[in-house]
Design a protein around this ligand. Structure first.
Ligand code: GDP
Length: 366
């Protein structure tokens, strides 16, 4: 499954945020497939559609889909040169699919900052530069291989790859992330095979204090991060890690009551989960019945048999067809009988591209 890595300078609130994640970690009993490691937190993806289906079907079991975060502590200035546990951390980032970059946006004289002052953009650039340096090394290693190959073989592929490396290197040297370079499909595939750190999507997580998070737009630190994120074509989430940690310790009812008091539908962590899910092009289809209402994750563009395979490999192998209706329709019409009567139930075959919010019932041969 896909994972988002939590990175940032020391003392910005990463551990606090990761604690919030592990405190709201799913119960292993409901998710037996999840082998949970100490630096991994698996959380439910909040989804009001699942809640609504439960009201309609009164199932015995309710299961949300999940998303995984990895704690990547200890990335410091000089990591790409082996400072601290540098290279180890960089290789941990390599294993992730998206980067949640935590940025300190709160003042607190009792909590020292490694750079001795609060300056979120400087902090962001320190980390981003380490990622860029690591990518430049990757590019150099690749170039020495390909140059040799191109010299002896003079093949079209090697020459095309050299041309790509010739564009990537100066781009990175201008301190720009690989994900912002305009690439054609072949080049995209090559860059994917390099697994560059700066090719991964980024979500900037602005960690504000309890006061600031009530009105993030009034906080200058946050506005600077937001502006940076826009230029970087990345997402930005404002939260207060400390508050998220406290919220995660609460029962669902208490948490909902607290959020209602604040006048927000989702906690900062909920928004981060949703954001990580969407930058990775993940979508949700649902299954509904009296036994179980459940959300399942699939990658945008997946067809019906592959989605059936998310539930069980047998469903994919023996796929016949899918019965599909939309969440919006059951939300409004309330029963499957009414859905059928209204002609809102569709039969779809193996080429059907499943959509976020589809409610699926698979027919298959055993
Ligand atoms: P890490 O080194 O990035 O993992 O940072 P920590 O999570 O250990 O946080 C460093 C210090 O900042 C701790 O003393 C936290 O209690 C404090 N801290 C973290 N988040 C917040 C926050 O949102 N507001 C305030 N005021 N302090 C925070």
């Amino acid at each position: 499954s896909l994972t988002a890595g939590i990175v940032g300078l020391p003392n910005v609130g990463k551990s606090t945020l990761f604690n919030a994640i592990t405190k709201s970690q799913v119960e292993a009993a409901n998710y037996p497939f999840a082998t949970i490691q100490p630096n991994v937190g698996i959380v439910e993806v909040p989804d009001h559609r699942v809640d609504r289906l439960c009201e309609l079907f009164h199932p015995k079991k309710t299961i949300y889909t999940t998303f995984e975060f990895t704690d990547i502590a200890g990335l410091v200035k000089g990591a790409s040169k082996g400072e601290g546990l540098g290279n180890q951390f960089l290789s941990n980032i390599r294993l992730t699919d998206a980067i949640c970059h935590v940025v300190r946006c709160f003042d607190d004289n009792n909590i020292t900052h490694v750079e001795d002052s609060i300056d979120p953009i400087r902090d962001i650039e320190i980390i981003n530069l380490e990622l860029i340096f690591a990518d430049l090394q990757t590019i150099e290693n690749r170039r020495s291989k390909i140059e040799r190959k191109a010299k002896t073989n003079k093949d079209k592929e090697s020459l095309a790859e050299l041309a790509l490396l010739d564009r990537l290197q100066p781009w990175l040297e201008q301190e720009k992330p690989a994900r912002l370079l305009d690439l054609n499909e072949d080049e995209k595939a090559l860059v994917k095979s390099y697994n560059l750190l700066t090719a991964k999507p980024v979500i900037y997580v602005a960690n504000l204090d309890e006061e600031g998070v009530m009105d993030p737009d009034s906080v200058d630190y946050y506005n600077r991060v937001k502006e940076f994120a826009i230029q970087d074509q990345s997402q930005v989430i404002a939260l207060c890690a400390k508050m998220e940690e406290e919220l995660s310790g609460l029962e669902k009812e208490e948490k909902d009551a607290f959020l209602e008091e604040l006048g927000v539908p989702y906690s900062g962590l909920d928004l981060l989960i949703k954001s990580a899910y969407s930058v990775l092009n993940l979508c949700t289809f649902l299954t509904a019945g009296e036994d179980e209402c459940r959300a399942w994750t699939f990658k945008k563009g997946m067809k019906a048999p592959d989605c059936a395979g998310v539930i069980h490999t047998d469903f994919k192998r023996g796929f016949i067809r899918a019965e599909v209706y939309r969440f919006e329709d059951i939300d409004q019409l309330e029963t499957e009988a009414a859905i059928k009567e209204a002609g809102r139930l569709r039969l779809e075959g193996k080429d059907y591209v499943v959509q976020d919010g589809d409610i699926m019932h698979f027919r298959f041969n055993v």
